[in-house]
Every structure is written in C-alpha cells, then in structure tokens.
Design a protein around this ligand. Structure first.
Ligand code: NDP
Ligand code: OXD
Length: 306
C-alpha cells in the first residue's frame, strides 16, 4: 500500500515518520509531481495538479476538520474525502470559547486595564441569565463547546441543520428557526462549516438580531463574517465586542481595520490546532479500517459541503 503526503505549510518529516510507524508495511512518501499513483493521501490545501495526477486514490485524508478549501478543487469522483474527527481539537475549542465567553462576561479585560493603571475597583456582578450563548453548528466541535458552556451554567442555545439533542441545550433547527435562535442569544459562537449556505452568514441582518450588547466569537472560517457589518455594529453599540480567530485573508493584512478596533480580540487561527500524534493515529486507524472494507467516521459529503 502506498500513502502519499501533500500538505502545504507543514514540515513533512515528522508526519512521514509517524505514518510509517503507524502503518508498518506501507510505503509512505512526500508527493512530487510525476509520482506513481498512491492508494491513499494525507493532505492539506493540495494543488489541483496533485489531484489531477492521483485519480485512483481510495482515501483523501484532510489534516483538519474543515474541508472548504479541498472542496473548491476538482476531486477524483471515486475518492472518499475524510476530515479529522476531533483528534484532540474539541477540547481545545472548548477551552478557547469558554475563555472568550468568560473573559467578556466577567469583564476581565476591564479589570486588566484597571489594574494596569493601579486602580483597585469592583464591577457589579452580572447575571448569567442575561448572557445566553448561541452555538451555530452542533457537530463534533460545537457540541463539545455547548456542553462546556453548560458546565459554567450559561443558558445555551444550539443551531444545526438537522435536529440534535444535547442535554441542557435548547436546540433550534434549520432556516425556519434561525431568527428565533438569534433573538434568544446575546453571545454568538460560530462553529459552522464554510459551505455555499453558510458563507457571509454573520452579517448586518443576522448580527442585528442578537440581543443588545451582543458579542461574537468566530472560530470557524473568516468568510462566514462580513467584516464591514461587524465593524458597523460595533460602532453603533449594538454589539459590545468580538473575539475572532479566523479571517477572510490569513495572515490578517496589516492594513485591516480589525487591528485597530479595541473591541475586537484577535488570535491567529489557533483556537483548535491539528495535533500530529492524535491525527496520525486517527488517519492510520481509518486507512486500516477502509482496507478491511469497514465503514469509517468523518467521510465528507461533497454535495452537502461538509
Ligand atoms: P461538523 O461537520 O462535525 O459539524 C458541523 C455542524 O454545522 C453540524 O451540526 C451541522 O448540522 C451544522 N451545519 C452545517 N451546515 C449548516 C447549515 N446550513 N445550517 C445549520 N447548521 C449547519 O464540523 P466540526 O464541528 O468538526 O467543525 C466545524 C468547523 O470548525 C469546521 O468546518 C472548520 O471550518 C472549523 N474549525 C476551525 C478551527 C480553528 O482552529 N479555528 C479548527 C477546526 C475546525 P448537522 O448536525 O445537522 O449536520
Ligand atoms: C481545521 C482548522 O479546519 O484548523 O481543522 O481550521
């Protein structure tokens, strides 16, 4: 069995070594143009040439959860596209989102500023009931985030395409229940995949439906958010702030208005990192299962877009 590796912005050696250890007997190599046909590929943002030259792949294993960049390419028709299924990402995402929600709710940014100026002052405790949190997307990451927020006793609402039952979380389903979901929330967390249905979904119209003093946490993809609409709603005061981990252009260009906006906390697409060991173990296990003819989790539906 031949596994080829084609991952942009990723040092290949540790991945090749890890895959060789996990799949003894397999030939594992970094892809170069003109290489022979492989059986499976481990990829991140591969060039179209790679896919054109590898039409017989049985599995195309993406070393991330989001497959939007991959699905923009012309894929071999019979290849299974497989995304990372947690692999250590959901706990990181839960940490990141809970940190952002709590930092805002408890006004730790204000306390930091006060203490930096030598000011010993208290703020009035706020009520959790006045900070209902909405999680868009109740998949592998969104469900974990919603459960973690419930542990801190925030009222939590979730929105998904099909009905999802998560204990203690008020579920809202599909387009018909989207406005009701937004109206019920003050803090909004985006964990949707980027698809034609969800591109630009965080815009003036939808963000205006959040309760006054709303707060946005975007940890999914930059193209979910209409940047100018967020800036306008921060200026008008309808939104109190935002924490953004993902951007339309990454790295975020130096001249972008987000850099100078004090109500926005920025991080460099780091909320849930791909963990090499966990990812290799998961991918190797799935390759072995596929070779035995068994079903695997995390197979992407290219029509649905995730
Ligand atoms: P999943 O595929 O497991 O979950 C997606 C969820 O979104 C599902 O609940 C799905 O509904 C819902 N959904 C999809 N389309 C719609 C729609 N049109 N309307 C309503 N709900 C919809 O994905 P993950 O949880 O694993 O990952 C989510 C995203 O997080 C990734 O696609 C990626 O973009 C981003 N990500 C960001 C990272 C970072 O570091 N910033 C790291 C990892 C991922 P249903 O349950 O009905 O199918
Ligand atoms: C992912 C990401 O999709 O890191 O896994 O954004």
């Amino acid at each position: 069995m031949h596994i080829t590796f084609c991952c942009a912005d990723t040092r290949p050696e540790p991945w090749l070594e890890g895959l060789r250890n996990a799949l003894p007997g397999a030939t594992v190599s970094e892809w170069h143009p003109g290489d022979a046909q492989a059986d499976h590929a481990v990829v991140w943002s591969p060039p179209q040439q790679f896919l054109d030259e590898q039409p017989g792949l049985r599995g195309l294993f993406n070393i991330g959860a989001g497959v939007d960049a991959l699905l923009r390419l012309k894929l071999p028709p019979d290849t299974k596209v497989v995304r990372l299924d947690d692999a250590g990402m959901s706990v990181q995402m839960a940490e990141y989102v809970c940190h952002a929600v709590i930092r805002h709710f408890r006004e730790f940014d204000g306390y930091e500023a006060d203490m930096a100026e030598g000011r010993w002052s208290f703020r009035k405790p706020r009520s959790r009931a006045e900070f209902p949190v909405g999680v868009m997307g109740l998949g592998v990451l969104g469900e974990r985030v919603a459960r973690a927020l419930r542990q801190f006793e925030f009222p939590v609402h979730g929105w998904s395409r099909s009905a999802r039952v998560v204990e203690g979380v008020h579920g809202h389903v599909g387009v018909a229940e989207f406005d009701g979901f937004l109206n019920a929330c003050r803090v909004l967390v985006n964990l949707l995949p980027l698809t034609p249905d969800t591109r630009d979904i965080l815009n003036r119209h939808t963000l205006s439906r959040l309760q006054r003093g709303g707060y946005l946490i975007n940890v999914a993809r930059g193209a979910h958010l209409v940047d100018e609409d967020l800036l306008a709603l921060l200026d008008s005061g309808h939104l109190a702030g935002a924490t953004l981990d993902v951007f339309r252009t990454e790295p975020l260009p130096r001249e972008h208005a987000f850099w100078g906006q004090p109500k926005i906390v920025l991080t460099p697409h780091t909320s849930a990192r791909t963990l090499r060991e966990e990812s290799i173990a998961q991918i190797a296990g799935k390759i072995q299962a596929m070779e035995r003819g068994e079903p695997i989790a995390g197979v992407v539906d290219p029509v649905r877009g995730y």
